[in-house]
Design a protein around this ligand. Sequence first.
Ligand code: CP
Ligand code: NVA
Length: 308
Amino acid sequence: MTHFLDIHKTDATDLRGMIDTARAIKDARAGRPKGAPDDDKALAGHMVALIFEKPSTRTRASFDVGVRQMGGQTMVLSGKDMQLGHGETIADTARVLSRYVDLIMIRTFDEATLLELAEHATVPVINGLTDRTHPCQIMADVMTYEEHRGSIAGKKVVWTGDGNNVCASFLHAAGQFGFDLTFTGPEVLDPEPEFVEFARSKGSTVMIERDADRAVEGADLVVADTWVSMHDAQSSRERRHNLLRGYQVNDALMAKAKPDALFMHCLPAHREEEVTSAVMDGPHSVIFDEAENRLHAQKAVMRWCLGV
Ligand code: CP
Ligand code: NVA
């Protein structure tokens, strides 16, 4: 079964192929008037289940629109309305859903839920974010970097703040796409060693630098994410803000990066917390291209999964 569970679990040549396909899919739609019929019918006759155990704007909308644009149909399921893990095993849910649909995308909490679903499903499963990783986001991010600046190989990416699920997938991508990553944040929020070791094992330089100004020197890309993720306890909010305040991406910090550095954020962003509005809406920012590219990148991921 061709699942898309994580960037480090997917062949690097296949990942490159997906980025190239995504670029071609985007180009084919460029300039198309709204309402014009789509030529791409790769998912005609396919039913896709989109399961959400956490909130989502981009993942939900981009997968839903992407499937429909390719001629398929979607079924959006909310975790709280399902039997998922409430008495019925994940394995049985996987077996049942596989009888109805051709592809499953799931956003969940525990990575074990994703893995159990994938193990027992007889259709491909896509990771739409867990507490540990967010691979679809980083496929869109690599695509976005490359459409603005060319190959990401050998570039310096600086991750600021919390070494969270999105950071983890960036580290996987560093290894698979051949770029370097500097993490700057407080020690207690360092990314898990396993993610750092993966990137290093593939030859990427991964640095941990507590001083944000020093970290950003020479950066080609600066990335921020929320200081409190969906899986973090709300009670940790104040502590996290106190730990992370010094890592806000603002104009002064961006000025330390290369003059043509890009700024990315997977969104949703908390303006004036992890990043200022001046940076989000400023000349370095490509955040809305990133959001758009979720659509194109995930179409390529789905086509790869289904072999269509
Ligand atoms: N970036 C991202 O995954 O956004 P959503 O949480 O809105 O899906
Ligand atoms: N790190 C964030 C990403 C949201 C898309 C979270 O998990 O909430």
